[in-house]
Design a binder for this molecule. Structure first.
Ligand SMILES: [Zn+2]
Length: 255
């Protein structure tokens, strides 16, 4: 019995490393250091690539001219390339009526299906022209509505790296790999994606990340391994609903 429980826990515990805001303009110094770290420990992260970055904050970082060649090299190493928005420019405010009640600004939520679909199509076209196949998406600032899901599915994307819960699940015919925490840490149970913003990091943040990787390298999983854990059983569903309630409540109290 005890060994069964132990096996269940270890089978359902893992960390997916997701790095956000990968674009031509970014903190290349820390990206190169991260790449060496991933190589050393055999880690295959998910990179959220912005297909046509027009975000002023991000544009202030150094530009890499052979960016797309770099993305192909990452992809060939077995890293997962996901689409992270289209331009990463927020032009709508959610009134906390976005799907996850996250609130704040959005590039997608609140726009018509037509507008959202056009952005997704243009983004995918960019990846296509660079010969990079995309299967997963996550929106800037975690903000989605039903139109976002329809627009994604109409364009063959039904995997999103975002959402509540401790385990990957499916909802609206979309697979969600949850991303709950801002800080990088290892839970004793559950499969979670990180969200890492290298652009806002200093050397000391990278040093902490390196320590985290060394300590937890055996728990770090690939995107395919996370996908295999999509599970809507009663236990996992209850945890998901509970975590959604707690987080939504926390955000309401904060605002
Ligand atoms: Zn972002």
């Amino acid at each position: 019995m005890l060994s069964k429980i132990k096996n269940y826990i270890s089978d359902n515990t893992g960390i997916l490393i997701r790095i956000d805001d990968i674009a031509e303009n970014m903190n290349w110094d820390l990206m190169e250091k991260s790449e060496l770290l991933f190589e050393k420990y055999g880690i295959k992260p998910v990179l959220g690539v912005i297909p046509e970055n027009k975000d002023d904050t991000l544009l202030s970082y150094p530009k890499k001219n052979d960016f797309w060649e770099k993305v192909r090299i990452w992809k060939n190493k077995g890293w997962e390339i996901a689409m992270h928005g289209y331009t990463h420019v927020y032009d709508k405010k959610t009134k906390r009526d976005d799907y996850f009640n996250h609130g704040g600004d959005s590039e997608f939520c609140g726009h018509s299906l037509e507008t959202q679909e056009l952005r997704i199509k243009k983004g995918l076209k960019k990846f296509d022209s660079e010969k990079i196949k995309i299967r997963a998406f996550f929106a800037p600032n975690h903000t989605y509505d039903q139109n976002t899901f329809v627009a994604l599915k109409n364009n063959g994307i039904n995997e999103i790296i975002d959402g509540y819960g401790l385990m990957p699940y499916s909802e609206n015919n979309i697979k969600f790999i949850p991303q709950l925490f801002y800080k990088v840490f290892a839970l004793p149970f559950g499969i979670q994606s990180t969200q890492i913003h290298l652009n806002y990091w200093e050397q000391k943040d990278f040093d902490n990340f390196e320590k985290f990787i060394i300590k937890n390298s055996n728990k770090i999983i690939t995107y395919d391994e996370a996908l295999k854990k999509v599970n809507n059983n009663f236990f996992h569903n209850s945890i998901k609903n509970l975590s959604a309630k707690i987080l939504k409540l926390k955000r309401i109290i904060k605002s």
